[in-house]
Design a protein around this ligand. Structure first.
Ligand code: ADP
Ligand code: MG
Length: 243
């Protein structure tokens, strides 16, 4: 599924967090959104996910304008988002968190519970990791909680997966594993929006890079760009980096 943002503007009072942002995300690719803290990356994705309403601009899915009045609409359209701060309920199990937000589980029905558990196991296994559907989310390490968020998006058959600074909470090994999962998903046709300010990760995994500074797109690059070029575009002045 192809996603287009056209002229997205989002203001908070007199402050413009997104200023006419254009972005095209192609299926089967990892599209990095690179920008410093406060550049407006999460705001843009929250607009896309229906959490914030844009003041101006349009979202198009496969060329058709769409309007999401909330995350439920966005998920129904095939968009999944893993937030910087997870939106999981710690006292619920993995399976309960995954189905949360779906239609009410009928009478807490055993069948629904069993099928939720099966979906969790199968989806996790597809990407080579194990998730215990009955574990309490609050008991799990943060890297595993993130996988619950990813599985939650994937069981809804997300065609676009937004990952907002996903590696910030991960160990180096978990980071490498996540980058591998992202590549597998993209190879299977999912469009991935990868928000980060870490140049190494971008150069390693991104197919396309859009650089955002102070609410505006200031450039696009491909992963062969040098870290110095990327960092300079990100901060808006020449910086010297040898990576
Ligand atoms: P990034 O994700 O790139 O770090 P954000 O999109 O979170 O940046 O924030 C962009 C700017 O918008 C920041 O200056 C931030 O303080 C501001 N901002 C974000 N959300 C709100 C809000 N709900 N109310 C007011 N200002 C906000
Ligand atoms: Mg952010």
């Amino acid at each position: 599924m192809k996603l287009e943002l056209r002229g997205i503007t989002k203001r908070f009072g007199s402050f413009t967090a997104n200023d006419g942002i254009d972005l095209v995300v192609e299926p089967g690719t990892i599209h990095a959104l690179l920008g410093e803290n406060g550049a407006g990356k999460s705001t843009l994705m929250n607009v896309l996910f229906g959490l914030l309403k844009a003041d101006e601009g349009q979202v198009l899915v496969d060329g058709e304008p769409v309007q999401f009045s909330g995350p439920r609409d966005a998920m129904a359209a095939g968009i999944g988002m893993v937030h910087q701060h997870f939106m999981l309920v710690p006292v619920f199990t993995v399976a309960e968190n995954v189905v949360l937000g779906d239609e009410p589980v009928r009478g807490g029905g055993v069948l629904d519970r069993a099928s939720a558990a099966r979906r969790v196991r199968e989806t996790a296994a597809r990407f080579g990791f194990h998730l215990d559907p009955d574990a309490l989310v609050g008991d799990l390490p943060v890297g595993v909680q993130q996988r619950v968020e990813i599985v939650k998006a994937l069981v809804r058959d997300a065609k676009v997966l937004i990952l907002d600074e996903p590696t910030a909470v991960l160990t180096p090994q978990e980071t490498d594993e996540l980058l591998t999962i992202m590549r597998e998903l993209a190879d299977a046709g999912t469009a991935i929006v990868f928000i980060t300010h870490k140049l190494r990760e971008v150069k390693e995994v991104a197919d396309t890079i859009t650089i955002i500074r102070r609410g505006k797109v200031v450039g696009t690059a491909d992963p062969s760009a040098s870290a110095t070029e990327l960092a300079s575009a990100m901060v808006g002045r020449q910086v010297d980096l040898t990576v």
